[in-house]
Design a binder for this molecule. Structure first.
Ligand code: ATP
Ligand code: MG
Length: 611
């Protein structure tokens, strides 16, 4: 390929729309162009990168016995209604683009394909003799993300590899899940990425075990908590840990019942309260009010108690609410803080924000117009473990000192794990290990779904004993377009991108220093032809730009190897430059292939680069 034919427009300055290095570089180097919010054109250079990533994905998945297919992106609402996900994906914060066709039938644009594939499995898979099967596709997905950002990292239209497996029993599902784990590790490593596997929340997809693959990078949206011994790593959404020990209340405090009154004028924050009364945040129980909205219209006020030093993990709370309410009230559509304004609109009296205690009475909700007139009361285990604590008195400017659970005033709420694990916390598997934080970009996610979808969509098979059972199911995703950008996030320097060779759009760029010099041009053309004949992906910069401009662009584009044909051309001399690290070597044209090929071959196989 010739640069003059590439429609290449590079930008000297960082585009205003980009915040993180990889997004800036992909725009500046002419790999992508924004078409709309979260919508990007993959220009020819990036398309080559995406094709190379896809080829690696295909090789590894095919080797594991998976089969490629292609499923429709337009999906009838009826399938999603049967699985119970239509409302959750289209109402509230739902991310499915949906539309009505000319006959008035509702359709969704596929954000994922569990429903379509399970309906097919119901149709095609009849007997245990056909199992297991594992099929995948590489295709554009559509998600109306609430905050599309960072270019290809969180797009509204993006390329995903999604795979689904069906099994006669759980053991077979576990086997395929392990095979996918293995294939994913090979895929990311062959793409030149440093990726780690972490325990993950299963989210709206559902199911039991799930694991994410994170490319470690400061710009990552996800927080990973891991133990230095390498035995534990989890997404913070899911992470568990031992909280710091609570500081006991001073000996003189009577720990019983409602405790004693503590005057706390205007001490609405934990910091103020602790400073004014010489308390430690671990001695406090704080109360959060939230409002959960469910599919059937239920608006449920939720009262959450946390120990004063702890933070709420909203994913754990959403899972707890779903477990308690979804069977009766459908999908949890939204959970948001319950504000004074919302309470006033609902016709309720004033809520003692800043001074709330666990015993905040349901009577407060008595006049509610549309909310459930009762709190759903949940508490984190670190709060319920306190024998005595300080809490709000549910009246302005006052708290209670030495309150205890179980009294009439503080009935013990349901206790569960709702706290966000934090860096520095002790680990459950070994209390001498402390969690460390790092940031990651989620590039893959594998799930053991179990029988949730097969039961909902009646996908059954006949087992060896001749009895019908629901299929066991797994699903496996890779964000192909996100992965391409994650690679840039991990591999760049001040001058531009440094693509890992296996996914670079080209392996070598031949730069003609002076395009007006016929000797340089002739030698460059010959080298370019020789490289191609040797099976090397070569790009020729044949533009009539100044040498400096071409060198800058070559750095920006990030092709792993650069061959410069300059003044030495008359003596058949070339310069070979490695993009990562910038090492340079003068050599005769006749020695180029011999010098380059072994290095390229090693790099293509994902071995560390020599030199
Ligand atoms: P996230 O938590 O980042 O929103 P997800 O957990 O919803 O992602 P999955 O349903 O697991 O995503 O999708 C499989 C893979 O697709 C993800 O691991 C990620 O790499 C990629 N992906 C998901 N959403 C997007 C998006 N909006 N843009 C680009 N890639 C995405
Ligand atoms: Mg995911």
């Amino acid at each position: 390929m010739r640069v003059s034919r590439l429609m290449l427009v590079t930008l000297r300055d960082d585009p205003a729309e980009a915040e993180i290095p990889s997004h800036k570089l992909l725009l500046r180097a002419g790999y992508i162009r924004r078409v709309g919010s979260g919508i990007y054109a993959y220009l020819p250079l990036l398309w080559r990168v995406l094709q190379k990533i896809s080829a690696i994905v295909r090789e590894e998945l095919n080797a594991s016995g998976a089969l490629e297919t292609l499923l429709p992106q337009l999906q009838p609402a009826e399938l999603w209604q049967r699985s119970g996900r239509w409302a959750g994906y289209t109402a509230g914060e739902g991310i499915m683009f949906h539309l009505e066709d000319r006959q008035g039938r509702e359709l969704g644009l596929g954000p994922t394909h569990e429903e379509v594939i399970t309906a097919l499995a119901a149709d095609l898979l009849r007997s245990y003799r056909q199992l297991p099967v594992n099929i995948y596709q590489i295709q554009t997905k559509f998600r109306d993300e609430i905050r599309p950002r960072f270019g290809l990292m969180r797009g509204r239209e993006f390329i995903m590899k999604d795979g689904y497996s069906f099994h006669a029993d759980e053991a077979s599902l576990r086997e395929t899940y392990a095979a996918m784990d293995h294939a994913y590790r090979r895929i990311f490593s062959r793409c030149g990425l440093r990726a780690v596997a972490v325990e993950a929340d299963s989210g709206a997809i559902g199911g039991s075990a799930s694991q994410e693959f994170m490319v470690t990078a400061d710009a990552g949206e996800d927080l990973i908590l891991s133990s230095p011994d390498g035995r534990y790593a989890a997404n913070q959404e899911r992470a568990v840990s031992l909280a710091p020990e609570a500081v006991p209340l001073p000996g003189g405090v009577r720990a019983a019942g409602e405790g004693e009154a503590l005057s706390t004028p205007a001490h609405t924050s934990i910091e103020d309260l602790c400073a004014a009364h010489n308390l430690d945040p671990t001695q406090l129980v704080k109360v959060l009010l939230l409002l959960a909205r469910f599919e059937d219209g239920l608006q449920q006020p939720v009262l959450v108690c946390l120990r004063g030093d702890q933070q709420l993990n909203e994913v754990k709370l959403a899972n707890a609410l779903t477990a308690r309410c979804a069977a009766e009230h459908g999908v949890l559509l939204e959970i948001a803080p319950l504000t004074a304004e919302a309470a006033a609109k609902e016709g309720l009296g004033s809520i003692p924000f800043g001074f709330m205690g666990p015993h905040l009475a349901d009577a407060l909700l008595a006049g509610a117009r549309s909310w459930q007139p009762r709190f759903l009361r949940l508490a984190d285990a670190t709060a319920t473990a306190l024998p005595a604590f300080v809490c709000g008195a549910n009246a302005p400017d006052s708290h209670r000192l030495g309150a205890a659970w179980g009294s009439a005033l503080c009935p013990a709420p349901e206790s569960l794990d709702l706290r966000a694990a934090q860096p520095g916390d002790r680990c459950l598997h070994d209390a001498s290990q402390r969690l460390v934080a790092s940031r990651g970009i989620e590039v893959g996610h594998i799930f053991q779904l179990g029988r949730k979808y097969s039961e909902a969509l009646e996908a059954t098979f006949t087992n060896e004993a001749g009895v019908d059972e629901a299929l066991w199911m797994g699903c496996y995703g890779i964000g192909v377009s996100r992965l391409a950008q994650a690679a840039v996030e991990q591999h760049h320097d001040a001058n531009g991108i440094c693509w890992p060779t296996p996914i670079a759009p080209f392996e070598v760029i031949v730069v003609i220093a002076n395009g007006a010099d016929p000797i340089q041009t002739a030698l460059a053309e010959r080298i370019y032809a020789e490289l191609q004949a040797a099976g090397i992906d070569a790009l020729l910069d044949d533009r009539s730009e100044r040498a400096g401009v071409k060198f800058k662009d070559a750095d920006l584009l990030g092709i792993p190897w650069r061959v410069v044909v300059g003044r030495g051309a008359a003596e058949q001399q070339l310069e070979l430059v490695q993009r990562a690290g910038g090492s340079k070597q003068e050599l005769p044209a006749a020695a180029l292939l011999e010098a380059l090929l072994p290095r390229l071959e090693a790099e293509r196989n994902g071995l560390p680069t020599a030199g």
